[in-house]
Design a protein around this ligand. Structure first.
Ligand code: ADP
Length: 253
């Protein structure tokens, strides 16, 4: 149906049975000139990546392992906001398709019943003040029946909802939302327009969290999310600090 959603995102889909990492694959395609909206999907990742060099468990057939190539004409400093936009859209897509109470752990983990079902990894290539491309990697645990012992905080939609879900329905629901929000984002990369939706699902606010950055960590109360997607926390000594998404891990939810 033309103009139904005005899709530019996911119009080109590159599907693979196995890749090392959909982000790596998408970056390679982007370097070769793949167009904005190209979506890389794999049934399995042999070396799926998380943030900060971590691994992402991505067995065959059970999850959504995908990366979207984007080329917004915005300043590189606004790229991290996109991760929050994507997290929100996937959170809403999961709620719509499964009816599960999916929530967002700032900045962009999606959590159901206290356990992680989705992680997002954004990578960017930029020169000077210009973005060449952004690769938005999203991993959703959809139909896993079990997780390895070393991932006690992971869960899947199937484990929580006690039924299997169609991966394609989730991808479609995500793309429909993200297409709209991304259009606004390209005009104004601040989160102004979506912040109230984000806050409605964010479980981090009001909680005591542990902020881990490199070798340092401290405990603080999560107060507020700024229109740049950063988190304002109040430390135990009453000092307010601005935490940038991307550089830190947040624990304690
Ligand atoms: P973090 O939440 O620590 O910022 P990421 O979102 O990048 O990190 O995810 C990487 C971490 O998520 C890994 O260190 C691992 O603990 C955990 N993890 C790995 N694979 C999965 C998975 N399929 N589902 C949920 N959590 C996972």
């Amino acid at each position: 149906a033309p103009m139904l959603c005005g899709y530019t995102l996911g119009q080109v889909i590159k599907y693979y049975e196995v890749v090392d990492s959909t982000n790596e694959k998408a970056k390679a395609l982007a370097r070769e000139g793949a167009s904005e909206g190209t979506l890389v999907i794999a049934d399995q990742q042999s070396a799926g990546k998380g943030r900060l060099g971590r691994n992402w468990n991505s067995p065959a057939g059970t999850g959504i392992w995908m990366s979207l190539i984007l080329k917004p004409e915005i300043l590189p400093q606004y790229a991290s906001q996109l991760t929050l936009v994507a997290g929100l859209c996937m959170c809403e897509a999961i709620r719509e398709v499964t009816g599960l109470d999916a929530t967002i752990k700032w900045p962009n983990d999606i959590v159901v019943n206290g356990k992680k079902v989705c992680g997002i990894l954004t990578e960017m290539s930029a020169e000077m003040e210009r973005i060449n491309y952004i690769v938005l990697g999203i991993g959703v645990n959809v139909n896993h029946k079990a997780f390895p012992e070393e991932l006690p905080f992971a869960t899947s939609l199937a484990l929580e909802g006690k039924q299997d879900y169609e991966r394609a329905s989730l991808i479609k629901a995500f793309l429909e939302r993200f297409e709209k929000d991304y259009k606004h984002y390209k005009v104004d990369p601040h989160l102004t327009a979506i912040l109230s939706r984000y806050e409605a699902h964010c479980i981090t606010l009001g909680k005591t969290v542990k902020i881990i950055s490199g070798n340092e960590s401290f405990t603080a109360e999560a107060k507020e999310i700024t229109i740049d997607g950063n988190l304002i926390v109040k430390t135990e000594t009453g000092e307010e600090k601005l935490i940038h998404s991307g550089e830190v891990s947040v624990r304690g939810l």
